[in-house]
Design a protein around this ligand. Structure first.
Ligand code: DGL
Length: 257
């Protein structure tokens, strides 16, 4: 591994672009390769074994490009496959988990809702986290919510309907925080916020992961030298329409994150 190599990012689709945009902002001299496995998305409603297999395939594609580090920009893939990935590869691997700890650390009464895919919420990794920090939290599985982002459907009657139904059971509860435990949901932050009581805090993992990425690269002496030219390359397992969509959604991410 050497400093000049790229940092690989991977997600089941377009969601991880939210984290990528934050990382590029933080490390403008780095080269990034982002792989969106949109041909196989969503991961969040598959079996854990399928997610492991797909994650290994995706990372082997990135590895063939010679990456110096990997960010698994997907809570679902992290929950199911991070151990398998760490067994196979020696480069630094940074995973993603729902930001329940920061939400619990800053708890000031009320309920913390953790929005994530069913696979994430069932994973042993997430449940160990929930055991430690989930005292005031409730799991909120959101099957199908990522599909709106994959379709670039950031505003629609169907999305409104999905979110209204999702939060309807909590109308009489005091929700104090929501954890966005899937990288796709970050694109829907405002739509989610609009359905929650004013003052509800929204947590995501972007800052924690970019900090961790910087730390791991520095420890391994792999940070790009100041003055190096940064770059971002996109790969999709789907068709050229998805590749064009990836560029558009990345532009949205650059504005938002
Ligand atoms: N973006 C992914 C995550 O962070 C998963 C969405 C999916 O493929 O279901 O969990």
């Amino acid at each position: 591994m050497c400093r000049q190599q790229a940092i690989g990012f991977f997600d089941s689709g377009l969601g991880g672009l939210s984290l990528l945009a934050a990382a590029v902002r933080q490390f403008p001299n780095e080269r990034f390769i982002y792989l969106g496995d949109s041909a196989n998305a969503p991961y969040g409603t598959r079996t854990a074994d399928e997610v492991i297999r797909l994650s290994l395939d995706a990372v082997s594609l990135l590895d063939s490009r010679g990456i110096k580090a990997l960010v698994v920009a997907c809570n679902t893939a992290t929950g199911a496959a991070i151990s398998a990935l760490r067994e196979r590869y020696t480069f630094p691997i940074i995973g993603l988990e729902p930001a329940l700890k920061p939400a619990a650390d800053e708890w000031q009464g009320g309920l913390i809702l953790v929005m994530a895919t069913p696979v994430t919420l069932h994973s042993a990794k997430f449940n160990a986290l929930f055991e430690r920090f989930g005292q005031h939290a409730q799991k909120l599985p959101c099957p199908g919510l990522m599909d709106f982002v994959e379709r670039e459907e950031f505003q629609s009657a169907a999305l409104d309907n999905y979110l209204d139904l999702l939060f309807a059971p909590y109308h009489n509860e005091r929700i104090s925080a929501v954890v966005l435990g899937c990288t796709h949901y970050l694109f829907l932050r405002e739509q989610i916020k609009a359905r929650l009581p004013a003052g509800t805090r929204i947590f995501d993992s972007n800052r924690g992961v970019t900090r961790q990425l910087g730390r791991r690269l520095a420890e391994a002496d792999l940070l790009a030298l100041p003055g190096s030219t940064g770059a971002v390359e996109f790969i999709t397992t789907a068709d050229s329409e998805k590749a064009a969509q990836m560029q558009r959604v990345y532009s949205v991410a650059q504005r938002l994150f």
